[in-house]
Design a protein around this ligand. Structure first.
Ligand code: LMR
Length: 394
């Protein structure tokens, strides 16, 4: 039977990263997967995470299953990190399911949404992270796209976005990127989040926020202002959050699905569907990353150390953006200032597929076909090589 299967095409991001790893060119530069690299080209472990790990190894008494919803310290730490003390305080109606990474959170959220609204259409930005459709589609949800990034103006085309979203109806889901839009780096302004809130109230659609980069764009609080505005105005919101980037827990698969409900009965019912879905798919969440994150988020000293280091990382990425934008503008006589105003790890360079593919062969710079680069993989050694190569094909 299995011989009937044919080999699938490689994943557009992971496949390219694998191709880069396999490339024997000693000068290759990997700008593919969204992983933060420090100046020496290493994805570092946060000092606070190292400390938490030492504590965990010495304190850990058991490897028995975690509760199905996850570790209590982690869940409360993530709830207040995302929603803030005011929204997450007494009287709030928020439930949570710890998940294997942000993908797990998106999958659990999708299962809950499909249970609540089986014929829902999920509205996704054009462009979006290429895994959104296969991941959410695997529970049977349908898709429509809304215009988002305009490659000519290098920014969000909000008029077209709002116009497309006029067709979203009650029972539909609008997927928004909380911050650091993947792949464009172009984020909504707070006024634009407010317009989306008006539309959700008027049209009755539900918003799902994919929050994979809190703290990597402008800061831990700044990056969730839009999401918090929606929660306070709508009284209902689902968030799929990841600790891969902001706590550097990539391989530990640490995420959470958060259900902000209008009342406790709704939040509890929503969580029960999330738990049912988790039981069907993987039963219990992996512990290690969440136990580390729970300690970092709730221990005052570890928390302060983590926030300081994260702010430095965020500052370095902003500096890399400024440097890249200035150097590209000077070298090409074209305007690359948009790179400095975009947020997070990703930006498009505006190259054609052929140009992006050509740079892989010579000089060995790997970016996605869309010319999305991981800005956080640039450093003093490779910055000028990238700038020269991009200028040479423009
Ligand atoms: C990316 O877009 O590169 C990251 O989100 C990693 C991934 O899983 O694709």
């Amino acid at each position: 039977m299995l011989e009937q299967l044919s080999v699938l095409p490689p994943d557009p991001i992971l496949g390219l990263a694998a191709a880069c790893r396999a490339d024997t060119n000693p000068n290759k530069i990997d700008l593919t997967v969204g992983v933060y690299m420090d100046e020496s080209g290493v994805c570092p472990v946060f000092n606070a995470v190292k400390q938490a790990q030492i504590q965990l190894v010495s304190d850990e008494q058991t490897k028995a299953y975690l509760p199905a919803a996850g570790d209590a310290a982690y869940l409360s730490g993530m709830t207040s990190l995302v929603f803030g003390d005011e929204l997450a305080g007494n009287g709030s109606h928020i439930t949570a399911v710890q998940t294997p990474g942000g993908c797990g959170a998106l999958r659990i959220a999708s299962e809950v949404l499909a249970a609540a609204s089986p014929s829902a259409t999920v509205w996704i930005s054009d462009p979006t992270w290429p895994v959104h459709i296969p991941l959410m589609g695997s529970v049977g949800l349908k898709f429509a796209t809304y215009s988002y990034y305009n490659p000519l103006s290098h920014g969000v085309d909000f008029d077209r976005m709002a116009s497309d979203l006029k067709a979203a109806v009650a029972g539909d889901i609008v997927l928004l990127h909380g911050c650091c839009h993947n792949p464009s780096g172009a984020d909504l302004t707070l006024d634009q989040w407010s317009v989306i809130a008006d539309m959700a109230l008027e049209q009755g659609f539900t918003v799902l926020v994919d929050l994979a980069y809190q703290g990597m764009g402008s800061g831990l609080t700044e990056d969730v202002q839009g999401l918090r505005l929606l929660a306070s105005r709508l009284g209902e919101l689902i968030v799929a959050a990841s600790c891969s980037k902001n706590l550097g827990l990539y391989r530990e698969r640490t995420g959470v699905a958060l259900f902000f409900g209008k009342d406790m009965q709704t939040a509890a019912a929503t969580q029960s569907h999330g738990l049912g879905a988790a039981r069907r798919v993987y039963s219990m969440p992996p512990a290690h990353g969440a136990l580390l994150a729970g300690r970092v988020l709730t221990d005052p000293e570890l928390r302060a150390s983590w926030e300081t280091e994260l702010a430095q990382i965020c500052g370095r990425m902003i500096a890399l953006r400024t440097q890249l934008s200035t150097k590209l503008s000077e070298k090409t006589n074209q305007d690359f200032s948009f790179i400095a105003s975009e947020k997070g790890m990703f930006s498009f360079l505006g190259l054609s597929v052929e140009q992006a593919q050509g740079l892989r062969k010579d000089p060995g710079i790997y970016m996605l076909d869309s010319s999305r680069i991981n800005v956080a993989a640039l450093n003093d050694r490779n910055m000028d090589i990238v700038v020269e190569a991009v200028a040479s094909v423009l």
